[in-house]
Structure formats: C-alpha cells, structure tokens
Ligand binder design. Structure first.
Ligand code: SF4
Ligand code: SF4
Length: 301
C-alpha cells in the first residue's frame, strides 16, 4: 500500500525557505503550539474546513455534494458538523465562489512527486524542495520516502524543523537531507515550555546530534520583542550555536502581525493580540550579538 501524508499547502516560487527558488511542501500537524504561530491551521493533523460566509452565494452545491451530510443550511446560514466531516474536500471542489477551503489533503508520495516535477524548471540558483509545516517529521514515513524520491530526481532537499522529534527519525531524515532549517525559539527551558508547550531539551539534543552527524544546518530564530529578544537569550543562543559544526548561518526572523490575521481567519484564539514587530534597532542589536560569536547572521528569511 502506498504511503500517504497530509499536506496543507504546496507553495512554489518560495525564496525564503532555503537556497534558490524552491517549492515548499507544508505538512500538517505540529507537536508545538507556539503563541506566535504563522500557520495555526497546520497544528492539528486533522483536515479542517474554512468557510468564508462573505464569499458564499448560497447556491447549495456544497450541501448537495457532501457525502457525509455534514453541511446544513438553516435560514440561509450554512453550518458544518465537524464530527461528520472527514475532510474529503468535495465541498471545496464544487464551490463556485471559493467560499470553502480545505486545509489538509491526503497525497501519496507519487502524487506529490508528479506535482513537484512540474515545478522543477523553477528550481534555480541551487533551489529545490523544502519540507516544512507544521512539523514535517511528525509524518516521518511519508517525508522520508518523499525525500528519497526527490533525491532520485536530483532535487536539492531541505527540511524546516522545530527539532522536537524522535532522534532516530531526525537522523534517518538527515541521510536524505541536504540542508536543515532549524528553529531555535528560546534557550531557557521554562520559557520555551511556556511559549511553545514543550521544553527545549530534545530540540537542543537533536541539534547537537545533527551537527555531529555532519548535516548542514541553517539556524532560524523567530524574534519576538519581549518574549525572546533580550540580550541574555540572544547571547545564550549565539554561544550554543557557535560551538557546533555545520552551521551555515543564522537567520533572525522578525515577528510580523500576519499571525494575528491567520488566527482570526481560522477562528482560533491568539495570545499576542498587541505584540508589534521589533524595531530595526532591536533586530540589529541581536544580529550584532550573534555576529560577535563569529556567526554568519542575516535578518529575514
Ligand atoms: S470536506 Fe467533505 S465531508 Fe467535509 S464538509 Fe466538505 S464535502 Fe462534507
Ligand atoms: S457551494 Fe460555496 S457558494 Fe454554494 S452554498 Fe456552498 S459555500 Fe456557498
């Protein structure tokens, strides 16, 4: 039987997810619940249906087409019973006004490869495929098979990971990966747990393991004022990374407010409604600290 994975988005022409121009495959599901998550719809493994009432023209096609009778119309208002919905995506396909959007579709590795082969012409400047999320390695069998298939096609392969995965899995993936984009969110275990739901010990251990394995690793530091932007944390980050081999550079990713809108769109609570992006001075200061450890530091993706 073919291995399948749940993918919630495939973005071509990505220029911030590794070298060159790439296609980024966003796998669904994540073991972390970061307060600032830019893809909150990716956190659950289960496919989700988004309904935009302002786009609905009331044609009823979705109600008639749903094989599970999950959609009902009462006095002109559509309701979806998520207990009945199995995420088949038929209502999205039949909706003429893009009022329904399915987040999370099942793919076989071959279906994904068919899609990626169409993008190959755009893989310029060392580009290729990046598996991101959510957390891609939460679906290890699918992602490792897809990495092997990409390798057979000669595509450059990157994994964008939070690092909170089984060490055996990440080292198996490392054999099929040209570059890791590795998130470091906070060096203090208690604060890491507060902001993401888990402490950072497995994440740091896996980073060391990848480094010792010989992987190429680009560190990504999401940078949120007041959460992880203090000099002490930035220094601790620089000190830790500077002792590792295989680090190609560090990218500081300044917080931006897109996460707020995304949470609203998916009717999810957002814990940082008033958080503003860092100032240029704050970001430059952090970059200066990281550079003082001899790290090749960039601001942005
Ligand atoms: S995704 Fe499928 S099961 Fe769910 S509401 Fe749409 S048609 Fe019905
Ligand atoms: S198919 Fe789309 S436009 Fe028609 S009733 Fe359903 S959501 Fe509204």
């Amino acid at each position: 039987m073919s291995i399948t994975g749940i993918i919630f988005d495939i973005k071509k022409y990505s220029i911030h997810d590794g070298p060159g121009t790439r296609t980024t495959v966003h796998m669904k599901g994540c073991p972390l619940f970061c307060w600032w998550c830019h893809n909150p719809e990716s956190q659950s493994m289960t496919p989700m249906i988004l309904f935009r009432s302002e786009k609905c023209i009331g044609c009823g096609a979705c109600v008639r087409s749903c094989p599970n009778k999950a959609i009902s119309a009462t006095e002109g208002t559509l309701t979806t019973d998520l207990g009945l919905c199995d995420g088949c995506g038929i209502c999205e396909d039949v909706c003429p006004s893009e009022a329904r959007e399915l987040c999370g579709r099942e793919y076989t590795v071959e279906q994904l490869m068919e899609r990626l082969r169409k993008d190959e012409i755009f893989f310029r400047g060392g580009g290729g495929v990046t598996f991101s999320g959510g957390e891609p390695l939460i679906q290890p069998k699918f992602v490792i098979e897809a990495l092997k298939a990409c390798g057979r096609e000669g595509f450059h392969r990157a994994i964008d990971t939070c690092g909170f995965v089984d060490k055996k899995v990440i080292l198996e993936a490392a054999r099929e990966t040209d570059l890791f984009l590795y998130d470091l969110k906070h060096m203090d275990p208690k604060k890491h747990r507060e902001y993401t739901g888990v402490d950072n010990s497995i994440i740091l251990e896996n980073l060391v393991a990848l480094s010792e394995f010989g992987s190429m690793i680009n560190i990504r530091v999401p940078f949120m004022p007041g959460l992880n932007s203090d000099d002490e944390n930035v220094r601790a980050t620089g000190e830790f990374i500077s002792k590792l081999k295989g680090i190609t550079g560090v990218n500081i990713l300044p917080y931006h407010t897109v996460a707020r809108g995304k949470h609203q769109r998916w009717n999810m609570d957002y814990k940082l409604p008033d958080l503003l992006p860092p100032t240029e001075n704050q970001t430059r200061r952090a970059a200066g600290i990281l550079e003082s450890f001899g790290l090749n530091t960039h601001i942005g993706g």
